[in-house]
Ligand binder design. Structure first.
Ligand SMILES: [Cu+2]
Length: 623
């Protein structure tokens, strides 16, 4: 079936967000899902599965994680249809690869040791590989502990190197395929907040292709909140939401990738909504529904009155989820891995303007749910706005899981607020910010050549504003920062196609019709002094709701579009959609750079964008 609404050239979505307005085909079976009669269900069977949980012993959790191909079957949009796939995945210790890596459980003060062995085959020869990009080594990898507040450095134990949350590998670096390995060590601070985090590859240029395979797993940090009796009694279910991409012979253009494989950047780049379910003939991968721990629409069986704690991790590389459970309230107590003392309640969002728990790529959430009357209820992702303004994209709704509540009565309670929260998460009030110097900086998320730039426009743009901010910062700090602004100007001039005084002019970059050119990860640098407390504003110049993520230190969100909000902590944040160069949307937050020096990154968690260059290096330097 040909979708007539598709714009002329779907391949170029990273350049033309007009493509983001492309029509989305929703299989009719999805819209037909409704509550079933529980009396029809005799002895319902739980089909929800979750990754093995490995817990630290004597203060240490020490595992070997292996990366290799997994040959298996995955469901399509229709859970009864299975497709043979060959995708990159994690195994551990003596266990072969699976749908996700194991769940690694640690407490504050403990040490997590992961020896990552890369058993993927050698990278394809450069010329034979159609994505002619310097930074594209699909089988070179590394490891990132998403959200964890840990040291990003490299240490030596005098025999060999050990790595913290180090991801700034050069193009010649990373963990080489066919047997390369690296020892990662994450020393969890004593006061580390309790919540869900996750590990995934972050080798620049390859992160999207690897994470859009099956390479991710959970790191669960436990703390006092987990010791509450009501919590220990509640079963813990871990939901790794995955949407693996893979080629299918049913479509006209696989970009040369074999059936069931993901080998070309074009496969993930030319898939604007990431929601290619159902229809073939779109010049696209067509089977890419959301799975939970490798299973499409699993069944969860609960007893009436039972309380469970659910951990949601959106490991998708592009799409949002908008979570809601029919007829039930989700009581949220962590945003990402960062706890709060009170619950944010999300009742059935179909009755509340579709306001479910919105998880951008990389976002997590912990909720408690208390099963109500016997019956069948659907865990849904309700429609979510991915882009608005010049381009409009609404992700369609989907059914993610089925919850069957049976009649056995169980009396369980939700722990009363206030819940215990680490002092690490104390608010960054105006006074603390001011006493640390009150330094501000701005960062722009913009797709180059994306929205028909008008070189004659003279309204002050986000770029001018950011440049002004950058100048103010430069005057304060070092020679290095001065060099950075020259780089920043070049970058801005390249992205705007507009010459900027004192910088080299780059004409607007012409994307080749097939391949993508990736930009190095260190074109723009942000240098921060250890101990600083800063306020950053991230501008979004595009229609699409970009996803901002920063490593190592979490953000204390204070404003959205310049307007104060109820502040909260997170490490991954959706930038409001509907931005333009003249009137960008924005998110403002404060950060403490108290604990660690070293280089790490900020980037788009829409990992295709990150691989193409929507990434900057942050370096915390000693005072
Ligand atoms: Cu991260």
């Amino acid at each position: 079936m040909e979708n007539k609404n598709l714009p002329i050239n779907r391949r170029h979505f990273l350049r033309l967000s007009a493509t983001l307005a492309s029509g989305i085909v929703l299989p009719t079976s999805f819209t037909a899902c409704s509550r079933e009669n529980a009396s029809n269900l005799v002895n319902p069977k739980q089909t929800f599965v979750q990754p093995t949980m490995l817990e630290a012993k004597n203060g240490v959790l020490d595992i070997t994680l292996t990366a290799s191909y997994l040959d298996t079957q995955l469901a399509g949009a229709d859970p009864s249809k299975q497709y043979a796939v060959s995708l990159r995945a994690y195994g551990y210790d003596t266990k072969g690869p699976s749908y996700s890596g194991p769940t690694l459980i640690v407490k504050g003060g403990e040490q997590l040791r992961i020896k990552l062995v890369n058993n993927l085959p050698v990278n394809p020869p450069f010329l034979a590989f159609r994505d002619l990009t310097n930074y594209m080594k699909p089988n070179t990898t590394n490891l990132h502990a998403h959200g964890l507040h840990v040291d990003p450095g490299i240490y030596s134990d005098h025999q060999s190197l050990e790595y913290g949350d180090y991801v700034v590998d050069p193009n010649t670096g990373g963990i080489h395929p066919a047997g390369g390995f690296r020892q990662y060590v994450y020393q969890i601070p004593k006061d580390h907040p309790a919540g869900p985090f996750y590990y995934h590859p972050q080798y620049h240029g390859s992160s999207a292709i690897q994470v859009a395979s099956l390479m991710s797993g959970v790191i669960m940090v436990r703390g006092p909140v987990d010791d509450l009796p009501e919590m220990t009694q509640a079963d813990e279910l871990i939901f790794l939401f995955q949407a693996p991409y893979f080629a299918s012979s049913k479509i006209s253009n696989n970009y040369g990738a074999k059936d069931g494989s993901l080998e070309k950047f074009s496969q993930i780049a030319n898939h604007p909504t990431g929601y290619g379910m159902g229809s073939s003939g779109q010049g696209n991968i067509d089977i890419q529904p959301v799975l939970i721990n490798g299973v499409r629409q699993p069944t969860i069986v609960m007893q009436s009155g039972e309380v469970q704690r659910w951990r949601f991790i959106n490991t998708q590389v592009f799409n949002y989820l908008n979570l809601s459970l029919d007829g039930h309230t989700l009581h949220q107590y962590t945003i990402d891995g960062w706890g709060s003392s009170t619950y944010q309640d999300y009742p059935d969002a179909r009755q509340n303007n579709d306001k479910g728990i919105l998880l951008a790529a990389g976002n997590r959430s912990s909720v408690l749910v208390k099963a109500g009357e016997p019956g069948t209820y659907l865990l849904r992702s309700l429609p979510a706005k991915l882009a608005q303004g010049k381009q409009v994209v609404t992700l369609p709704g989907d059914v993610l899981a089925k919850v069957i509540v049976v009649n056995t009565k169980k009396i369980m309670a939700i722990p009363p607020a206030p819940l215990p929260v680490s002092s690490f998460l104390s608010p960054i009030a105006d006074q603390e910010f001011a006493s640390a110097g009150g330094k501000k900086r701005s960062i722009i998320f913009n797709l180059a050549g994306n929205e028909g730039l008008d070189p004659s426009r003279n309204a002050p743009s986000a770029i001018d504003r950011a440049l002004a901010d950058a100048k103010a910062i430069t005057s304060e700090i070092t020679e290095l920062a001065k060099k950075n602004i020259a780089l920043a100007k070049e970058e801005l001039s390249r992205m705007s196609g507009k010459p900027i005084e004192g910088s080299k002019y780059y004409p607007p970059f012409i994307f080749p019709t097939y391949d993508y050119q990736l930009q190095p990860a260190n074109v723009i640098l942000q240098n921060v002094i250890l101990g600083a407390i800063e306020e950053w504003t991230i501008y979004n110049c595009n229609s699409i709701s970009h996803v901002f993520h920063i490593h190592v230190n979490p953000m204390y969100i204070t404003k959205v579009n310049g307007i104060a909000v109820d502040p909260y902590w997170c490490d991954t944040v959706a930038l409001p959609p509907g931005g333009t160069q003249e009137a960008p949307t924005s998110v403002t937050f404060r950060m403490r750079f108290t604990d660690f020096v070293g280089p790490y990154i900020l980037h788009s968690q829409m990992l295709q964008y990150s691989d193409l260059g929507m990434v900057q290096r942050v370096t915390v330097v000693p005072a």
